[in-house]
Design a protein around this ligand. Structure first.
Ligand SMILES: *Cc1c(COP(=O)(O)O)cnc(C)c1O
Length: 463
C-alpha cells in the first residue's frame, strides 16, 4: 500500500520529546493507568483523539488575527454563517463551543422524558446527553459492523429493518428522535451510505419523527460515498455534503473534527419556519449555557478559523491524503495478522484488542490493556473504545459487555508524517508478538458515575 503524499508542506514545527521505557512505566503508574491522566509532554505520538488536535493552515492562522471580537453581530460570525449556509443548506446555524455543547442545547428540547432515541450508534457524549435529558439511547447499527474482520462497505449504516421493528415494538409515541452519526465513530469511523441516510429519513418522515445528524465527520463520510457508492464518483464532495444534510432536520456537530480547528461546534436547523419553536428554544438555551447567539461560547477568531476550515476540509486531495494515511497503516497491520475494524474508516484505526488478547475477558478491559502497552512500548497514547469506555448499566450497576473491545488510534488531521506511521505499526507488531505473555488485565479502583473512562483509576490485576 502506497502512502499518499501530503498535499501541503511544513512551515512550523513543534518538538516532541522521546522518553525511555522506564520513564513511561512510572508515568503511566502515576496516571493510575488512565491515559487521559498523562501529561501531553510525556507522550511521543498522541493518538488519544482526532478531536481538536488538528493542525491549522496558514489561512486559518491569518484568520485568527482577523477575528472580529464584537460581542454581538461580529463579522466572523457572519462569515461562519455564510460558509455553513452554503455548505450544508441549513437555514438556521448556531455556533457553540464544541459538540457536546450542541447536544446539551438541543437534546433537552427534542427528547421527551422516558422516551427512546435511536441511532446507528450513539457516541459516548451523545448517549450521555440523551440520558441526561431523561431519555434512553438505543443503537441499531447493521450486523456487519459487529464483525471487525469482515470487509464490507458502509459498515456504519443503520439497520433500517431493525429501526422499523424497534419503533413498532416501542410505539412511535415513545420515540423522540433518530440520530444518524456520520461517520459512525463508535463502530470504528465507518461510513454511512447516502442510500442509508435517504432510507432512514424516509422512514422517520413516515412516522413523523425528527432526524438529527451527528455530523462531526461529514466530509470524511462524503469522501467514502464518492469513492465507494454507486452513482457518486462524478459528484463533487460539496454536492455530496449537501445531499447528506438534506436527509436530516437538525444537526449537531463537533467542529473539532472535520472543521479542522482546535475548538468549536455547530447546530443547524434545516427549515427555520417549520421548526420556529425549536429555533427559539435553541437560542434561549444557547444564551443560558453558551453565550449570546452570535458567538455561542467562542471567540470571534475561533469562528473565523472554523469558517476557513470548513472550506478546506471538502478539498478532495486533502481527503484522499487523510484517508490514505489510515489505509497505509491499516494495510501494514493486516499484513502482520493484526485484526482491525476493516476496511479502515475515517479518523482512526480500531484494533480488535479481543483478538490480540483472547485470554483477557471484557471485564478486565483488553482495549485498555493494549492502550497501556502501546504507551509503554513507544510512547504512543491511544484509548479504549470498548467495555471500559462503556461503563456500567445505569439500572443494575453491572459492567456492560461492549459490542467490541477496540483500542483506537485516532489520527489528528495534518499532524503526523509517514515515519510516525511506521513507528505506530512497529510498536503494534512488537506487542502482538508478545501478547500471550500479557496474562491479565485491569481492575477499576475508583470511577465517577458518568463518562468514567475520562477520569477512572485502574490497577493491573496481579497474575
Ligand atoms: C466528538 C464527537 C462528539 C462530541 O463532540 P465534542 O466536541 O468532543 O464535545 C459527538 N459526536 C461525535 C460523533 C463525535 O465524534
Amino acid at each position: 500500500m502506497k502512502y499518499v503524499a501530503e498535499p501541503f508542506r511544513i512551515k512550523m514545527v513543534e518538538t516532541i520529546r522521546m522518553t525511555t521505557r522506564e520513564e513511561r512505566e512510572q508515568y503511566i503508574k502515576d496516571a493510575h493507568y488512565n491515559l487521559f491522566n498523562l501529561r501531553g509532554e510525556d507522550v511521543y505520538i498522541d493518538l488519544l483523539t482526532d478531536s481538536g488536535t488538528n493542525a491549522m493552515s496558514q489561512e486559518q492562522w491569518a484568520g485568527i488575527l482577523r477575528g472580529d471580537e464584537a460581542y454581538a453581530g461580529a463579522k466572523s460570525y457572519y462569515k461562519l454563517l455564510d460558509t455553513a449556509h452554503e455548505l450544508f443548506g441549513y437555514e438556521y446555524i448556531q455556533p457553540v463551543h464544541q459538540g457536546r455543547a450542541a447536544e446539551k442545547v438541543v437534546f433537552p428540547i427534542l427528547v421527551k422524558k422516558g422516551n427512546v432515541c435511536i441511532s446507528n450508534m450513539f457516541f459516548d457524549t451523545t448517549r450521555a446527553h440523551v440520558e441526561l435529558a431523561g431519555g434512553k439511547a438505543v443503537d441499531c447499527v447493521v450486523a456487519e459492523a459487529k464483525d471487525p474482520a469482515m470487509k464490507a462497505k458502509f459498515k456504519g449504516n443503520m439497520d433500517v429493518e431493525k429501526l422499523r421493528r424497534t419503533i413498532e415494538e416501542l410505539g412511535v409515541e415513545n420515540v423522540s428522535l433518530i440520530v444518524m452519526t456520520i461517520t459512525n465513530n463508535s463502530a470504528g469511523g465507518q461510513p454511512v451510505s447516502m442510500k442509508n441516510l435517504k432510507e432512514v429519513y424516509a422512514l422517520a418522515q413516515s412516522y413523523g419523527l425528527p432526524v438529527c445528524i451527528d455530523a462531526a465527520r461529514f466530509a470524511e463520510n462524503a469522501y467514502f460515498i464518492q469513492r465507494d457508492e454507486e452513482g457518486y464518483a462524478e459528484r463533487s464532495i460539496e454536492e455530496i455534503v449537501k445531499e447528506e444534510f438534506s436527509y436530516g432536520d437538525v444537526f449537531t456537530m463537533s467542529a473539532k473534527k472535520d472543521a479542522i480547528v482546535n475548538i468549536g461546534g455547530l447546530i443547524g436547523v434545516r427549515d427555520e419556519k417549520k421548526h420556529a419553536e425549536l429555533v427559539e428554544k435553541i437560542k434561549s438555551n444557547c444564551i443560558n449555557f453558551e453565550g449570546f447567539v452570535t458567538y455561542g461560547g467562542l471567540a470571534g477568531r475561533d469562528m473565523e478559523a472554523m469558517a476557513i476550515g470548513l472550506t478546506e476540509v471538502v478539498d478532495r486531495d486533502y481527503l484522499a491524503y487523510r484517508i490514505g494515511q489510515l489505509e497505509y497503516l491499516g494495510a501494514k497491520l493486516e499484513e502482520a495478522g493484526i485484526v482491525i475494524q476493516s476496511p479502515v474508516g475515517g479518523h482512526g484505526i480500531f484494533v480488535d484488542a479481543r483478538s490480540m488478547f483472547p485470554h483477557i475477558p471484557y471485564y478486565e478491559f483488553p482495549g485498555q490493556v493494549l492502550a497501556v502497552e502501546l504507551y509503554k512500548e513507544a510512547g504512543i497514547r491511544t484509548c479504549d473504545i470498548g467495555s471500559y469506555m462503556m461503563g456500567n448499566d445505569p439500572e443494575t450497576g453491572k459492567q456492560i459487555q461492549a459490542e467490541f473491545d477496540f483500542t483506537r488510534l485516532a489520527v489528528p488531521r495534518r499532524v503526523y508524517t509517514q515515519a510516525h506511521f511506521d513507528v505506530m505499526a512497529e510498536a503494534l507488531i512488537n506487542i502482538k508478538n508478545r501478547a500471550k505473555d500479557i496474562k491479565r488485565g485491569y481492575k477499576i479502583t475508583w470511577e465517577p458515575k458518568i463518562l468514567r473512562h475520562f477520569q477512572a483509576h485502574l490497577e493491573p490485576i496481579e497474575e
